[in-house]
Structures are given as structure tokens and as C-alpha cells.
Design a binder for this molecule. Structure first.
Ligand code: GLY
Length: 388
């Protein structure tokens, strides 16, 4: 078999294994929204004994990915049971729009309603899905700081004496702004796109370092928009290189290029991608932070899956530079060494890590890692629903 045929067979086989396992998981966890699996068992975020503040419960930022997997599997197979499950999970998170849950909402409304509402609308033209997507976009636009031209991350912490986050922006938000590009298209109203484009420009100017790596958190003065400082965030330390942040950076700038046609966004995506490719260890397993010492090898398979998605998109735009090859290597390494396709256990991708310094969620399974793993497999076969 030649290389292309082998790759095609591998992708088809891995996708079939993914679907088989998630069909079983869908039947076992109908009506729940799994977030994390530890030792092969989902630990639903709302029940977890972790003191997450208002973002806990239905507003947890990854709650759109269970429905996202279901929507992708519905598009792939046409099985209505996946669409029904996607809608059931979206209706649970739609509860965030009710006043008693409203304070829990944050910048991650894109991660929540793009894979659920917007994907559903793209597939079915369902009007309820469209309205939920537009409501989420309105909330995201409302977080825009016009002095600094950025979208504010998080809400002020509940704990007394914790620093305010009013001037904080984060690299992750580059994925959320796809919701604004979509809303502009859908409504024929440029306001949302302008906010998204300004946010991407601010991120390009203030987050990307000369070597192509990106910062996680940048603080601006919320009154004047002046750059104040940056933080290591979920990475190892200030100045280090959180791998999932790098993946959000590549994917976010590829998408901003797709939506605006701006060459500086494409050049930024390539700059971060080239940095990441030079930092990937030989075995293809992605550390939580590219600066972490050798021998201290906490991994984040989520970052590997997101990088695979981003590089596959980049290959389509600038073919022949090797981005697609690296994407395939990452996804096939995950499939061969980090995927649990066995029946009876919850979750697929192993060794996903929330943050370098956090105590919880080290080398576990995340539902959003499984989502991006599936998206990467489908994207390489041109079978994904693309809503970013
Ligand atoms: N968006 C938050 C994270 O990547 O952990």
C-alpha cells in the first residue's frame, strides 16, 4: 500500500473506533455533560469536589464539547440519536442565560456555543440553535474593552483580596472570537467582526514573542488600554511556553485569517506553528510547557490534538510546507499511544493536563481533548463541520 492509501485507511479505522466508543459513551451518559475522566470514569464537573468558583456547574467552559462530539458524529453518520444528544446537552447549558446562572458566564461562550448551537445551525438550520448562538455572541461582544481593543477574560474573583482581572486578556480567546465572525456573517452586521479583528490584532501585537512563542495572559490598564505586564498562567512560569496556549495561538490566527483574509494574521499563525514544530519532542508527545525540564514530563494530549487541527487547516491554506505531515504524525501518535478505545471505560485520550502548576487535572482525560482529536481525524478526511 502506498503512503497516502495507508494514511487514509488509518484515519478511517481510527475514526470508526472513535465512533464505536462514543456511541457506547452516549448511551451510558445520556443527558449528562462529562468533562473529565479519571481512572476511566467520568467525573462530571458539576459534582467534582474541587472548589471551582462561579464557573462551576453548567457554565464550566468545556461544557460545549460533549455536544460538539455529538454534532460531528451526527454529520458523519447521519444517526439522529447523536443530534438529539447534542441538543439535549445544549439545552442544559442554555440554562446559563437564565438570570440565576448569569454571573457564571465568561469569555468562553465561544467554546460553549460554537460546537453546540452554531454547529447544529450549520447542519440543520434550526432557528432555536441560531438564536442561542447569537445570544452567546452578544455576551462575548459585551466583554470588549474599547480602550485596549481586547476581549476581557474571566470575571473578578469572588475571594477578597484577589487581584482584579478587568484588564486581562488571554490567548485562548482567539478561539472564542470565531463566534463573532459567525454572528457578523449571519446578521450582515460588521460590529461583531470588528471586535473580533481588533482583539486578534491586539493579541498579535502583545502576545507573540520574537521567537514565535505566545504568552498566556496579558494585563492591560482597563481605563487606558496600556500594556501592564504578562503572566505565565497555565504554563510553568512567566516567560515560559504553555503548549495548549501555543495551540490556541496557531488555530486562532489561522481562523482569523480565514475570516478576514489578512496576511498578517496568516503570517502570525505560521510563525507560531514554526516555533511549535521546532519544539515538538522526537516521540511526538506534547509536554504541558515547552520549557519544562526534561525528565519532568507532564503531558498534555489536548495540545497535541489542537495543534493537529490547526496545522491541517494551515496545510490547506499554504500547502507543501510540511504542516499536514506534522499534523498527521501528531494525530497518529495519539491514536497509537494515547488513545483508549476499549469498551467499558470513559473517555479516549489519556494524559491531558489542565495546567502546569494546578493540583487537579494532571494527566487525565478531558472531553475537549477527545473533541479535538475527533475534529483532527475528520479534518484530515475533509469530513469535519467547521465552525471555528
Ligand atoms: N481555555 C482554557 C484552557 O485551555 O485550559
Amino acid at each position: 500500500m502506498d503512503e497516502a492509501k495507508e494514511a487514509k485507511a488509518f484515519l478511517e479505522d481510527t475514526t470508526a473506533k472513535f465512533e464505536r466508543k462514543f456511541h457506547e459513551l452516549m448511551l451510558r451518559h445520556r443527558g449528562e455533560i462529562p468533562a473529565v475522566a479519571k481512572d476511566g470514569r467520568y467525573d462530571n464537573r458539576a459534582d467534582a469536589d474541587i472548589a471551582w468558583s462561579p464557573d462551576n456547574g453548567i457554565a464550566w467552559w468545556t461544557n460545549g464539547f460533549w455536544g460538539g462530539i455529538m454534532n460531528q458524529l451526527y454529520a458523519l453518520t447521519g444517526k439522529k440519536e447523536y443530534l438529539d444528544e447534542a441538543r439535549a446537552s445544549r439545552r442544559i447549558i442554555d440554562g446559563c442565560f437564565l438570570s440565576e446562572f448569569y454571573y457564571g458566564l465568561h469569555h468562553d461562550v465561544g467554546f460553549m456555543w460554537l460546537p453546540t448551537a452554531v454547529a447544529d445551525y450549520m447542519l440543520t438550520k434550526d432557528d432555536e440553535a441560531r438564536r442561542r448562538g447569537l445570544m452567546a455572541a452578544q455576551l462575548l461582544a459585551g466583554r470588549y474593552n474599547s480602550a485596549g481593543r481586547f476581549i476581557r477574560a474571566w470575571n473578578d474573583p469572588m475571594e477578597k483580596d484577589s487581584p482584579s482581572t478587568k484588564g486581562w486578556a488571554i490567548i485562548d480567546c482567539m478561539l472564542n472570537i470565531s463566534l463573532l465572525y459567525w454572528a457578523s456573517e449571519e446578521l450582515g452586521d460588521p460590529r461583531y467582526r470588528t471586535i473580533a479583528e481588533n482583539h486578534a490584532e491586539t493579541t498579535m501585537r502583545n502576545f507573540v514573542r520574537p521567537d514565535g512563542s505566545v504568552r498566556h495572559i496579558v494585563e492591560f490598564d482597563p481605563e487606558t488600554g496600556r500594556y501592564v505586564c504578562d503572566y505565565g498562567g497555565q504554563g510553568m512560569e512567566k516567560g515560559s511556553s504553555w503548549s495548549r496556549g501555543q495551540s490556541w495561538g496557531i488555530y486562532g490566527f489561522v481562523n482569523s485569517y480565514r475570516h478576514t483574509g489578512r496576511q498578517d494574521f496568516l503570517a502570525t499563525a505560521e510563525k507560531i506553528a514554526d516555533y511549535v514544530i521546532s519544539a515538538i519532542p522526537e516521540d511526538g508527545h506534547i509536554p504541558v510547557d515547552f520549557h519544562q525540564p526534561r525528565g519532568l514530563f507532564f503531558e498534555d494530549s489536548t495540545a497535541a490534538a489542537v495543534i493537529a487541527c490547526a496545522l491541517t487547516e494551515l496545510e490547506r491554506i499554504v500547502p507543501g510546507k510540511g504542516y499536514g505531515k506534522t499534523a498527521f504524525t501528531l494525530a497518529s501518535t495519539l491514536a497509537k499511544t494515547r488513545a483508549d478505545f476499549s469498551a467499558g471505560t470513559d473517555g479516549i485520550l489519556q494524559r491531558c493536563t489542565g495546567s502546569f502548576n494546578g493540583k487537579a487535572d494532571k494527566e487525565v482525560n478531558f472531553v475537549y481533548a477527545d473533541y479535538y482529536f475527533l475534529e483532527s481525524l475528520l479534518k484530515m478526511q475533509k469530513k469535519d463541520v467547521m465552525f471555528w
